[in-house]
Design a protein around this ligand. Structure first.
Ligand code: ZN
Length: 303
């Protein structure tokens, strides 16, 4: 298909690009049972991720180089060992901007930012231009449109306020997801690459909105550290986890049987997998609700 490349704006043959980097989908297939869902379209057994005609071959290749570094130097080592420390250079910010930029382009194509405030809509256009110049090596600065990265992992026990979704741990370790989030004073891109979350800031209410998560440029170190993220994320994660659980509950018996079979086939490997450990943690925190979340919804649908 010929069209205008969203990045270099040249009229060219366009490639069907992955909205989220393709290595994640390959990696997921190698892991566990190759079975995972997003809260966006959990009904579909997502094997290969959402694809759009966005980029020409040159720009796709540009993204590919940063993806390769991210995958090999951070994503895979971290998923093998969550204590991993990684000294990074330019590639991390380039990669994060490329992910947030694609996420934002998708939402622009989908709904034109109609649900944002006027201020946020203006900032969004500014962010798109700033990130594009950065990706094209026309500027080294992204100003206030910062990129952040933090990790989510299995919660073994919980004594905090409010309740946790009985599906939360499985959402944390098993889902790939993306969204454009807004409140009255905040607007950001959320890209969940399994246990690594990339946040692209459009608008933040204060300088200390997120702490310990900023991606530095040109160099920095990724390591386990204390971070502060707003309370709203807690609610958001619960919502996403419940959404995935609800969609799972709408699967047919035939679909459940096929999932069961793929689990059985690989039971030894599965026992050491994140998804298995996460299921146990969900059970230990939420008791039988960890399963009832599926069953009760299913019953509700029948009525
Ligand atoms: Zn291009």
């Amino acid at each position: 298909m010929t069209g205008t490349c969203r990045l270099c704006e040249k009229e060219k043959e366009l490639k069907k690009s992955h909205l989220l980097p393709s290595f994640i989908f390959k990696w997921k297939k190698e892991q566990e049972t190759g079975f995972f869902r997003t809260s966006q379209n959990p009904n579909k057994r997502v094997q290969d991720g959402l694809k759009l005609y966005l980029l020409c071959a040159d720009c796709e290749q540009r993204f590919g180089l940063w993806e390769k570094q991210f995958s090999e130097k951070l994503f895979k080592p971290f998923h093998d060992n969550s204590g991993t420390k990684v000294k990074y250079s330019e590639w991390l910010l380039k990669f994060a901007v490329s992910v947030s930029w694609r996420n934002l382009i998708y939402h622009k194509m989908k709904n034109g930012f109609t649900h944002l405030s006027d201020t946020q809509r203006n900032l969004t256009e500014e962010a798109l231009l700033t990130w594009k110049s950065f990706l094209m090596n026309q500027t080294k600065h992204i100003g206030t449109f910062e990129q952040h990265i933090f990790t989510v992992d299995i919660i073994q026990s919980y004594q905090g306020h409010g309740s946790l979704s009985p599906y939360l741990n499985r959402y944390f370790v098993g889902s790939v997801d993306f969204d454009l989030l807004r409140t009255e004073k905040a607007c950001l891109l959320y890209s969940k690459l399994n246990k690594l979350v990339v946040i692209g800031i459009i608008q933040q209410p204060s300088k200390d909105y997120l702490e310990g998560t900023l991606i530095e440029y040109p160099t920095g170190e990724f390591r386990p550290r204390t971070i502060y993220i707003p309370e709203q994320f807690h609610h958001y994660f619960n919502k996403c986890a419940n959404q995935v659980a609800q969609h799972l509950s709408s699967l047919s018996d035939k679909q459940w049987a096929s999932i069961g079979k793929s689990y059985e086939k690989d039971i030894d490997r599965l026992k050491n997998s994140d998804i298995f450990i996460a299921t146990e943690a969900d059970l230990s925190i939420s008791g039988q609700n960890a399963f009832h979340v599926l069953k009760s919804n299913k019953d509700k649908d029948k009525k």
